[in-house]
Design a protein around this ligand. Structure first.
Ligand code: KIV
Ligand code: NA
Length: 266
């Protein structure tokens, strides 16, 4: 069966169907999500925090995204793979954005790219879309601006900020984006944005009324160390399970019970 495309995503909004999105950073994990029927996988720059050991998404490079996005494409058959444009890969303008997005399409084989920003990124979205590259936009809390935000505060609170968020979402829709992530936005505002757009909204910390929901897979699976944000639901305690398996292996080796007879050649 063929891969899911942005046309399928548009059709889902028309039918009023909700859909899930997860991040993925490697072929094996991606194949699990592909087999589980997750229709869209994001090779997010959250790989900075969740896969590469950086403190934020800011240091993530195009090379890192391209390598891991290629792995996710290789690991999947059905899923639409979206590659994130990292900080510094599109802020110079539409031509830079097109050069880097083209790299992800040609080298990694992604079906779409994502970038942060509403009105400020609309020109980039427009050139990419008119060049044949589907774009998912991302407004509200945009983590690449962590140094400007001074952290990760909820966005769109207050009338002025709410109006700006609506303008940002409309701007990327008008520029041709096929979907828009709403991150850390009050549920009532996210619902209003969702009602006023014809493209799907993908919520993360944006309430129940978005058309789709996304979680970082390591958060969703309980792999992340320490505190997770309020909007995360952990469906598994993978960190504990995997740590337990590593401890059991260590005990077997130290105690001389691994390898057993059935693991041994003669
Ligand atoms: O990089 C990422 O994982 C993201 C999602 C949280 C939307 O941008
Ligand atoms: Na991201």
């Amino acid at each position: 069966s063929r891969r899911i495309t942005v046309r399928d995503i548009a059709a889902a909004k028309e039918r009023g169907e909700k859909w899930p999105m997860l991040t993925a950073y490697d072929a094996m994990t991606a194949s699990v999500f592909d087999e589980a029927g997750i229709p869209v996988l994001l090779v997010g720059d959250s790989m900075g925090n969740c896969h590469l050991g950086y403190e934020t998404t800011v240091p993530v490079t195009m090379d890192e995204i391209a390598i891991l996005a290629a792995a996710v494409v290789r690991g999947t058959k059905r899923t639409l793979v979206v590659g994130d444009l990292p900080f510094g890969a599109y802020q110079e303008g539409p031509v830079q954005a097109l050069r880097n997005a083209t790299r992800l399409v040609k080298e990694a084989g992604v079906g779409a790219v994502k970038l942060e920003g509403g009105e400020r990124s609309a020109d980039q979205v427009e050139l990419l879309v008119s060049s044949g590259i589907p774009v998912m936009a991302h407004v509200g809390l945009t983590p690449q601006s962590v140094n400007a935000f001074g952290g990760y505060p909820v966005q769109g609170r207050g009338e002025e900020a709410a109006q700006q968020l609506l303008r940002d979402a409309k701007a990327v829709q008008d520029a041709g984006a096929f979907a828009v992530v709403l991150e850390a936005v009050p549920a009532e505002l996210a619902a209003e944005v969702t009602r006023s757009l014809h493209i799907p909204t993908v919520g993360i910390g944006a309430g129940l009324d978005c058309d789709a929901q996304v979680l970082v897979w390591t958060d969703m699976a309980g792999m992340t160390a320490g505190r997770v944000p309020k909007f995360v639901k952990q469906y598994l305690q993978l960190r504990e399970l995997l740590g337990g398996a590593a401890k059991a292996f260590a005990e077997d080796v130290i105690g001389g019970t691994f390898p057993a007879e059935e693991h041994t050649f003669h």
